[in-house]
Design a protein around this ligand. Structure first.
Ligand SMILES: [Zn+2]
Length: 83
């Protein structure tokens, strides 16, 4: 049972996990643009646009990971600013 749980945890951590965000200056929820988009109901394309315009926090290593907290804040701020 424990082994199965660990395998599920590992699978989840590939898409979403806690990491230090230099924008928030604390540990935050980081996710791939696709997963972060699902979590915040923002399209993946829009998430990439926000990354390019540096409106959200993100870290770029082998792949891009976005700070879900900053994405949520931005969404809360821009209820009336949709295209
Ligand atoms: Zn952040």
């Amino acid at each position: 049972m424990i082994e199965i749980d660990e395998r599920i945890a590992v699978t989840n951590s590939e898409e979403q996990f806690e990491a230090y965000c230099s924008g928030c200056k604390r540990m935050t929820e980081m996710a791939t643009p696709k997963t972060a988009g699902v979590l915040t109901e923002i399209s993946e394309r829009e998430v990439f646009r926000l990354i390019e315009s540096k409106e959200i926090h993100f870290i770029e290593n082998a792949r891009v990971l976005v700070c879900v907290a900053s994405l949520r804040e931005l969404k809360a701020d821009s209820n009336t600013a949709s295209e």
